[in-house]
Design a protein around this ligand. Structure first.
Ligand code: ZN
Length: 249
């Protein structure tokens, strides 16, 4: 409506082409795409909503099928409704092959769940606050309530700030087992967020052998956005998790 020819160009919403991490092979080569956008300097110039829309468009994903959690570092996990913005939600689950799960992160762990026998998928935002409130325990409980066998559920822990780069105070360490943090030379502590994720998954019933972490530190790896490295100006990486109909056929 009233758009000039320039504004209807093939590159919607201003975001330049992004490179992507793809974790599908770690989920057993299943007919799914589990992707996370790499660092993109355009991010700061547009809102995350427009950025996500541009990225979806570049991947040929119908925006009306994307379920978006409005993340608050809490422990609420919901069944995804395509096209819905899920308020106060940090994780989404679905068995609907047409639903596209999404998430945004910059240091916190994006955690992908996949149960191939049923096609159940999950995508959960796990930082220290969410872990302290048991978000992965909640996720596992919801999967079980949907008759998903946790023993057959595969999990990928995406790029996350790693222990050497993640300094926290005593108020954080007291929420976690002493096995996953150490004091540092400045009187504070280094927390192993990946171990915290892994421990909570195993405690909840996911076999350790089915959990893969990609071992990419968001603060060290220039392909990642990092809140700890870039502060308030940090961009966000956007994850999408969906059934790839081209692979399926
Ligand atoms: Zn690092």
């Amino acid at each position: 409506m009233g758009l000039s020819p320039q504004e209807t160009s093939a590159e919607p919403d201003n975001a330049r082409q992004s490179d992507w991490f793809d974790f599908a092979t770690l989920l057993g080569g299943a007919p799914v795409k589990a992707i996370l956008s790499q660092r993109n300097s355009d991010y700061q110039e547009i809102s995350v909503d427009r950025y996500r829309k541009g990225l979806a468009s570049q991947q040929g994903l119908p925006f009306e099928s994307i379920a978006i959690p409005q993340q608050v570092h809490g422990n609420k996990v919901q069944l995804a409704i395509p096209g819905r913005i899920h308020k106060d939600t940090d994780g989404l689950l679905t068995i609907d092959p047409h639903a596209i799960l999404s998430l945004q992160v910059a240091d916190c762990a994006p955690v992908f769940f996949y149960h191939q026998p049923t096609g159940f998928r999950g995508l959960v935002h796990a930082g220290w606050r969410g872990l302290a409130s048991g978000i992965l325990t909640v996720t596992a409980g919801l999967l079980q309530a949907q008759d998903v066998d946790l023993c057959q559920t595969k999990v990928v822990i995406g790029p996350t700030i790693e222990m050497a780069c993640f300094e926290v105070g005593a108020e954080v360490t007291e929420l976690f087992s002493p096995t996953i943090w150490q004091p540092n030379s400045s009187g504070r502590f280094q927390l192993d967020l990946v171990a915290a994720v892994r421990d909570q998954l195993i405690e909840a019933g996911i076999p350790g052998a089915r959990i893969n972490s990609v071992d990419i530190c968001t603060r060290c790896d220039s392909r990642c956005h990092s809140y700890r490295r870039d502060g308030e100006l940090a961009g966000r990486m956007v994850a999408f998790f969906y059934v790839d109909s081209e692979i399926e056929e």
